[in-house]
Design a protein around this ligand. Structure first.
Ligand code: SF4
Ligand code: SF4
Length: 330
């Protein structure tokens, strides 16, 4: 496998000021964070190249209790990869003009406000006022607004990546300009059929629909083994490597102690992970002496592709693929 990936989505903390009812990692006050030593070890174990996006997320990455860690990680990533785009995803609760200056100073080039919805708390009166507030302070600091994507399919993401690469070649100055986007969780993005995890699961904020295959959408498992492709995104929750944002029931590697690429190579040797790479976990059931048709029947019973995937992955050898340490599963 080549020593490169498409995009990395790295959750560096589960600490958050909020306790949203749809939070799939059950983040909140007291949530766990990496130490700087752990973060440095993980960065050492990242691949030689990350071709598209590095997105740092939480929890809340701008929480005052974690901001020093965020800036440490940004600095270390820039040291390893040179000048490049680094994005953060935030609920915006701690974002003001001084914090925007700090972010720019730290080399963060994209701020994604991901809280314009009915689930996140709102100190701005209405959602319109909230959106206006962020737009004004971010534009006031010279950041350009990117249109928010209405449908996060791998095809759309790849199209954007291709466009980004062209801009990078023909107008590198424009490409490096800091920018922002504003969006939120709604039925079209993120909540439809997804998040059979954490507080979302406990509070019933999950669409139980066996016909909905989240695994084939962006942030699902599709293409996670596709070395370096713009269609590939892998996820690290604190130090644990997963093929997708919902975080599989077993983890692929602990990136404090092994390289990310070694983890992907280990996963690529298992038929179940190769089936996930094609966005069809039920086709991997054969590895456990279960016919795909039987697995699809089971999917109708459990009503959610991630819950079926959990059941299948729990059949893997635990010494090779330890159980995920987070208390977010059914
Ligand atoms: S959804 Fe985001 S803002 Fe809400 S508790 Fe989870 S991490 Fe915090
Ligand atoms: S089905 Fe499995 S691999 Fe696919 S998104 Fe859900 S948990 Fe991730």
């Amino acid at each position: 496998m080549r020593n490169e990936i498409g995009s990395l989505y790295w959750v560096i903390t589960h600490l958050c000021d909020s306790t949203c009812s749809h939070c799939y990692m059950s983040c909140g006050p007291g949530g766990q964070s990496l130490t700087e030593d752990e973060a440095a070890a993980i960065i050492d174990n990242l691949p030689r190249r990350i071709n598209q996006n590095i997105i740092l997320s939480g929890g809340e990455v701008l929480h005052p209790g974690i901001r020093t860690l965020l800036y440490f990680i940004t600095e270390e990533l820039l040291r390893k990869y040179g000048k490049r785009h680094i994005a953060i995803q935030t609920n915006g609760e701690f974002l003001d003009e001084a914090v925007i200056d700090e972010c720019l100073e730290a080399g963060i080039t994209h701020i994604s406000i991901a809280s314009i919805d009915k689930h996140h708390k709102n100190r701005h009166g209405s959602l319109e006022e909230k959106e206006r507030y962020f737009r004004e302070i971010l534009k006031g600091k010279g950041l350009k607004e990117l249109p928010s994507v209405s449908e996060l399919t791998p095809e759309n993401v790849e199209k954007n990546a291709r466009l980004g690469n062209i801009i990078k070649m023909v107008a590198p100055h424009f490409y490096r300009q800091p920018n922002f986007s504003i969006w939120g969780a709604n039925e079209d993005i993120w909540l439809g059929g997804n998040w059979a995890r954490g507080r979302a699961l406990k509070n019933g904020n999950v669409l139980m629909d066996p016909a909905h295959n989240f695994c084939r959408l962006w942030s699902g498992g599709l293409n996670f083994l596709k070395s370096g492709s713009p269609r590939q995104e892998v996820v690290i929750q604190l130090s644990y490597l997963y093929p997708c944002c919902p975080s599989t029931r077993v983890f692929i590697a602990d990136v404090r102690y092994e390289t990310l690429i070694a983890g992907l190579e280990k996963a690529a040797a298992e038929p179940i992970f190769r089936a996930i790479n094609r966005g069809r976990p039920y086709n991997g059931a054969k590895q456990f002496n279960m016919q795909p048709a039987q697995a699809r029947k089971r999917l109708k019973e459990v009503k959610n592709i991630c819950i079926l995937c959990d059941e299948l992955l729990m059949k893997l050898d635990e010494d090779k693929f330890p159980r995920s340490p987070f208390k977010i599963y059914l």
